[in-house]
Design a protein around this ligand. Sequence first.
Ligand SMILES: [Mn+2]
Length: 318
Amino acid sequence: MVTDTDAGRAGRSIVLLGVASGYGAGNPACQDGPAVLRAMGFLDDLAAARDGFRWDEPIRLEGEPATNPLYAVARIVARLAERTEAHVRAGDFPLVIGGDHSCAIGTWPGVKQALGAAGRLGLLWIDAHMDSHTFRSSPSRNIHGMPLACLLGHGDPHLTRIAGAGPKLLPQDVCLIGVRSFERSEAELLAKLGVRVYFMDEIRRRGMHEVFAEARQRVCAQTSGYGISLDLDALDPAEEPGVGTPVPDGLLRAEVMDALALAHCDEKLLALEIAEYNPYLDTRFATARAIHDLCRSLCEPCQPAASNSLSTNGRMPP
Ligand SMILES: [Mn+2]
C-alpha cells in the first residue's frame, strides 16, 4: 500500500526507467530514444539538481528474438510492470521513458498492482490520438494504437492480462487530453464506456490549466492515486518534431510544463510516462530538450499554494 507523507511527492526519489522498444510502432526507431537521451546526458543536470533522481537499468527484449510484435510487446511490458510495481512499493516515483506508447500496457498495471487488490488507479492520457484500437478495429495493427483499450480491458489477452486478469482502469477514472486525430471505432468504444475526452478545441476554449485541473479532479475522485501518460505527439510538432505520428495544432510545451509543475507536488500523483520519442526525426534535439524541460518540471520546488490550486479550484466536472 502506498502511504502519503507530509513531504508528498517531493520527498520521493524519481527513478527513470527507459523502455527500449519500438515493437508496438511498426518502426524500431523509438527503441533508441531512452539510450540517446541517456548517452548524450540530456537529463544529467536534473540528477544534480534533485536528490534521488536516477536512471534504473533499461528494459529491453531479452532472451529469444521476437517472432511477432505481439509477443515482443507482451514480454517487455510484463517486465516493465514488475519494475513499476517495485518502485511504487518502495516509495519511489517511476518516470518511464519510452519507447513507443505500448509501454503503457506495462507501466500502469504495475502501478495499480502496488495499490493492492482494492486500489483503484486514475489516469490522465495526454495524446493527439485515442490509442483505443483493438486488433479487430486497427487498420495498421500497430500495438501503440491500442494501449488505452488494453488498460480498459479490451484487446488481445496477451496484453490485457499483464499483472493479472481484468481491466486495470475503470472508465470513470480515465480522461484523455489533447485529442485531435482518431478513428470512429475508437471514439465509439470510449463513448460507449463513458470515458471523458478533452479534445483540442475544448482546451483552446477553456485553457489547459482549467482543463487539467478538472481532469485531475475526475481521475482522483474515487481512486487511491493517479498517473499521467504523455505521448509526445500531444505536443505541437512545430515545436516538437521528434515523433513518429505528428498531428498539427497541439499543446504547447509551456502549457504541459505548467501542468506537470503543479501535478508533481500532488501526493496523489504516482508515476509519469513520456513516450514516442523518435531521435531520428528530431531536429537539432528540440524534442530531447522538450523531454528535459518536462522532466525538469518534476524537480521544481513545491509551493503550498500550487498543490492546492489543482485540488481546490472549486469547479465540479460537468
Ligand atoms: Mn499514444
